[in-house]
Design a protein around this ligand. Structure first.
Ligand code: ADP
Ligand code: MG
Ligand code: MG
Length: 459
């Protein structure tokens, strides 16, 4: 699975030159982020971290990930409409996890009142790693699916051009020409535009909800400018309101507890009650919880959620790693004991998003030991740890020395769908994202400062 540039990795002079070309190319192509020091100003910006070289990805697994995306779109959409499933699945979690409980309360309240919304827009990203099985053959295994604020669909469309330049500088023009075109944010924008159109009000606007700290604004702007809008688009913050009707609410925040104070919870409820298309609505956000992911892996669950769709179910299930409930009872007791005895086999996951929340190794053991007999454990799930084959690469970050690292990658596929009442009117895989990190970091994405942007080089 090695890429054909192992030879240059040790050529220090060539790497130095390629790195300076790479950084300039990133700035030219718009692989940009605001700085940590001035997160809300674009006067001084820098490049978003990225790999010097594209990473090898087995083409069969890449195709498999694309091929299952429409199935995942259908599945997420089905879960979001299945009150009983969400209620049953999250019952133990919401007793101990306040954030999920609050989301769930709004979900139930809105259902009781009756849904005002009839057009639904889903934008998700299903993430995978390439697990090295016992015989060394890599297999596509899902890490998670993000159903809210899935990011980097904009910046990732620009990394192939950067890597193309780097490969050319290194004398690899043939390989450069094989890098794939990719533009997820265009697909996102088309989804948003379709939802806006079906909402059916010429004067209504699309509202982007963004965090107060906006380092990743250039990524968000890509979805905003990815289409010629028939109407005017208003990129506004959570609290601003200019008296215009909102057709679509696109969340680029709202997935962590710190996004909410009392006023924001009330605003969330207000939006959920409205007929605006929420991307995502609260049920779809709940469909993306780790607890739901774990429940999906139980025998028979997919069959209940997607009746009659045997082939889709087989494609989905093939990507599942081992997932385990920590609910109180014998099953949970048993797997907790197994994980305490052999923590390196597992990842312990709370119901959180955004990277940096999972527990591994010794820390996993200590935490699980402490809560093993307490209902608190049900706020977590256990997952088999995926073990990809590492590859060498250079991670380019502003103000960091150039050094080679042993790296592993995570492939994400963006899904976009639009449903009007019971009818799916759009269901697409919109593009991909490859993120790469040094193996010494167990957890964390690009926003968390651990992973960097990459491009797949199919082998
Ligand atoms: P989040 O919603 O916070 O992104 P993830 O489930 O994606 O949560 O986990 C965060 C990171 O932890 C992933 O990007 C990946 O690097 C690592 N990780 C998660 N699950 C596994 C796993 N089963 N095996 C190996 N690494 C994992
Ligand atoms: Mg996530
Ligand atoms: Mg993740």
């Amino acid at each position: 699975m090695a890429a054909p540039w192992e030879d240059v990795l040790r050529d220090e002079a060539a790497i130095q030159e390629a790195a300076s070309v790479a950084v300039d190319a990133a700035l030219l192509e718009g692989v940009l982020m605001r700085t940590e020091r001035e997160p809300n100003a674009s006067d001084v910006v820098n490049y978003a971290p990225f790999t010097l070289l594209p990473s090898a990805v087995p083409s069969t697994l890449f195709e498999q990930a694309y091929a299952v995306q429409q199935d995942f779109n259908l599945l997420v959409d089905a879960i979001s409409q299945n009150k009983e499933f969400l209620e049953h699945t999250l019952a133990s979690t919401i007793k101990v996890d306040d954030f999920t409980a609050q989301l769930f309360r709004i979900h139930m309240q809105v259902l009781e009142e009756g849904l005002a919304q009839s057009v639904f827009l889903g934008i998700n990203r299903s993430d995978y790693m390439f697990d090295c099985g016992v015989d060394g053959t890599p297999a596509l295994k899902q890490i998670e699916i993000n159903t809210i604020a899935a990011s980097f669909g904009g910046l990732t469309s620009r990394t192939a051009a950067v890597h193309g330049r780097v490969l050319k500088v290194l004398g690899k023009s043939e390989e450069a020409s094989r890098l794939l075109p990719n533009n997820p944010s265009k697909g996102l924008a088309l989804g948003i535009a379709k939802a806006w159109e079906l909402y059916g009000s010429q004067s209504a606007v699309v509202m982007f909800l963004v965090e107060e700290v906006q380092r990743n604004i250039f990524d968000q702007r890509c979805a905003e400018v990815g289409k010629d809008w028939p109407g005017s688009v208003n990129a506004s913050g959570f609290c601003s309101s200019d008296g215009q009707e909102v057709a679509v609410v696109y969340y680029r925040e709202g997935y962590v507890p710190k996004n909410y104070d009392q006023q924001n919870w009330e605003a969330r409820l207000l939006l959920e009650r409205s007929r605006a298309v929420k991307c995502p609505d609260i049920a779809t956000q709940l469909a993306g919880t780790k607890k739901v992911q774990q429940e999906l892996s139980r025998p028979g669950t997919l069959e209940r959620l997607l009746p009659g769709r045997t082939e889709a179910i087989a494609r989905i299930r093939a990507t599942f790693a081992g997932l385990y409930s920590l609910d109180m009872g014998e099953e949970g007791d048993k797997i907790a004991a197994t994980a305490i005895a052999d923590p390196d086999r597992f990842v312990l996951k709370p119901q959180r998003e955004g990277g940096g929340n999972n527990l591994y190794g010794e820390e996993l053991r200590q935490v699980l030991e402490k809560i093993r007999d307490s209902p608190e454990r049900t706020s977590y799930i256990l997952m088999d740890k995926i073990k990809p084959q590492p590859a060498m690469n250079y991670l380019l970050r502003a103000h960091s020395p150039l050094q080679v690292s042993e790296c592993i990658s995570e492939l994400g596929i963006f899904g976009v769908y639009v449903r009007q009442d019971k009818e799916m009117v759009m269901n697409k895989a919109a593009g991909h994202l490859l993120r790469t990190k040094a193996i010494e970091h167990a957890d964390g994405g690009v926003a968390a400062g651990v992973a960097v942007l990459d491009s797949p080089y199919l082998v």
